[in-house]
Design a protein around this ligand. Structure first.
Ligand code: FMN
Length: 180
């Protein structure tokens, strides 16, 4: 069983620029198992048991997606609702995620300037983190410093390649730590 579970939620995987490049850059890492939610569940019919089994087997959980309306895409929200349930993720007997590390990986259309008080999104990126952070915390997971790629449409090919490398390094180091 791969120690790192990467839950991938891109509504249009074949149209992605940033997330696709990032995912492809880590696809060969044996320590990582990818579950692409929109490929697995195009009709939102999540196999809760399979998802919980994959989570229980992992040491590190990664949520990767483009930022949609300052949050996660609809299917990942639905996945939270159906999979992270009482008795599994929290509440009595809900200890399956306790102690696992959680990494939030997201890409944004807005650049860094957009995520500032005078910018179009009016708040720093850290203002949009709490719901995801707290969901992980509520399930007893340890929060890692999020990986954010800003300006996903605007950045040129060289800058994207450098971000993709940064992502690969981050995932390699997580994978190494998980295998220890
Ligand atoms: C429905 C929708 C909502 C979006 N909401 C935001 C947002 O709140 N903030 C932002 O910076 N970008 C937003 N975007 C832009 C996406 O985050 C951007 O297209 C994505 O990160 C690009 O990644 P990709 O190349 O993997 O598709 C939104 C895009 C769509 C389609």
């Amino acid at each position: 069983m791969a120690p790192v579970l990467l839950v991938y939620a891109h509504p249009y995987p074949s149209r992605s620029r940033a997330n696709r490049a990032m995912l492809e850059a880590v696809a060969d890492l044996e320590a990582i198992a990818v579950r692409s939610l929109y490929d697995l569940y195009p009709d939102f019919g999540i196999d809760v048991e399979a998802e919980q089994e994959a989570l229980a087997a992992a040491q590190i959980v990664v949520w990767q997606h483009p930022l949609y309306w300052y949050s996660v895409p609809g299917l990942l929200k639905h996945w939270f609702d159906k999979v992270l349930v009482r008795g599994f993720a929290f509440g009595e007997g809900g200890t399956q995620l306790r102690g696992k590390r959680c990494l939030w990986v997201t890409t944004t259309g807005g650049d860094e300037q957009a995520f500032s008080e005078p910018g179009i999104h009016a708040h720093p990126m850290s203002a949009f983190t709490p719901p995801v952070h707290q969901a992980a915390r509520f399930c007893g997971m340890t929060w890692e410093e999020p990986f954010v790629l800003h300006g996903a449409h605007k950045i040129d090919a060289a800058a994207l390649a450098s971000e993709v490398k940064r992502y690969r390094r981050r995932m390699e180091s997580l994978a190494r730590e998980a295998q220890k």
